[in-house]
Design a protein around this ligand. Structure first.
Ligand code: BTN
Length: 246
C-alpha cells in the first residue's frame, strides 16, 4: 500500500496548478497528486512562466485544510523539504540546498520551483494547490539566472518522472506528518539546516524596491530576516532573493 495520496498523470495539460484550481472550484477536495509530462502554460511565482518539457516533472498536490491561511502557507516549506530530499536521493547527500523561500538549488543553480495557490471553499475550508516543478532531464535557458537539471549532475540516465513523483510524494507525506504532529519547529529547523546563503550578502527584490543586506535566517512565519547595512533588520515576506551566483 502506498504511503501517499493517489497520483494522476496527464500526458499534456496547460498547468497542473490550473487543473487543481479548476477541480477545487468544482468542489473536489483531494488529496490527490496531479502530474503532467508536459505543461503548455506552466506558471511560476510572481506571474512568470514555467516551462515543463517531456522528461521533467510537473506535479501539484490538491488538498484541503482546516488550518488558517497563514499557517497553511507553511506547507510551501514542507514541499521544499520534500523536493530537497528528492534531489539528495537521486544526486547524493548535500547536493541540494534551499534558497528562500522555497527554490531547490543544485550546486548553486535552481532545479526545482514551488508555487502554492489557495482559495476558500464553499464550506469555509481552504483548498491548496501545492505545485512543484522539477528540472529532471532539461534546464530552461530563458531564466534570469542560469538553471540546472538533475541530468547535469548524474553520470547515467536521470530518473523517470514516474519514479521521481513516487519519491516526492512519499517525502512530502513524511514531512507533512511531522508538521501536523509537531508544528512548524522541525520544518524551520530542517529548512535552516539546508538553507543556501545564510550569513551571506544578498539582494532582495521586493514588489516596490530592492534591498541589500545579510540573510540571517527565517522567522516562524516564513519571513526572511535581512540585516541591513545600518544594523536594522528588515523582514522579507514576498519577493526574490539573489546571492552572488544564484
Ligand atoms: C517558481 O517560479 O519557482 C515556481 C514554479 C512552479 C512550477 C510548478 S510545475 C507544477 C505546477 N504547475 C504549474 O503551472 N506551476 C507549478
Amino acid at each position: 500500500m502506498s504511503d501517499h495520496p493517489p497520483i494522476e498523470v496527464y500526458a499534456e495539460i496547460d498547468s497542473t496548478n490550473a487543473e487543481a484550481r479548476r477541480r477545487a472550484e468544482a468542489g473536489e477536495s483531494g488529496p490527490v497528486w496531479i502530474t503532467a509530462n508536459r505543461q503548455t502554460a506552466g506558471r511560476g511565482r510572481r506571474g512568470r512562466a514555467w516551462s515543463t518539457e517531456t522528461g521533467n516533472l510537473a506535479a501539484t498536490l490538491l488538498t484541503t485544510t482546516d488550518v488558517a491561511p497563514a499557517e497553511a502557507a507553511q506547507m510551501s516549506f514542507v514541499a521544499a523539504l520534500a523536493a530537497c530530499d528528492l534531489a539528495d536521493i537521486f544526486l547524493g547527500p548535500e547536493a541540494a540546498r534551499l534558497k528562500w523561500p522555497n527554490d531547490v538549488l543544485i550546486h548553486g543553480r535552481k532545479a526545482v520551483g514551488i508555487l502554492v495557490e489557495s482559495g476558500a471553499r464553499d464550506d469555509g475550508r481552504l483548498w491548496l494547490a501545492i505545485g512543484i516543478g522539477v528540472n529532471i532531464a532539461h534546464a530552461p535557458t530563458d531564466t534570469e539566472r542560469p538553471a540546472t537539471s538533475f541530468a547535469e549532475h548524474i553520470a547515467g540516465a536521470p530518473p523517470k518522472p514516474a519514479d521521481a513523483i513516487e519519491v516526492l510524494a512519499s517525502r512530502f507525506e513524511a514531512w507533512f506528518k511531522i508538521w501536523m504532529t509537531q508544528g512548524f519547529g522541525p520544518i524551520l529547523e530542517g529548512w535552516t539546516r539546508r538553507a543556501h546563503g545564510l550569513g551571506e550578502r544578498c539582494e532582495a527584490r521586493l514588489p516596490s524596491r530592492t534591498l541589500s543586506g545579510i540573510a540571517e535566517g527565517m522567522d516562524t512565519d516564513g519571513a526572511l530576516r535581512l540585516r541591513l547595512d545600518d544594523g536594522s533588520v528588515q523582514r522579507i515576506t514576498a519577493g526574490d532573493v539573489f546571492f552572488g551566483g544564484a
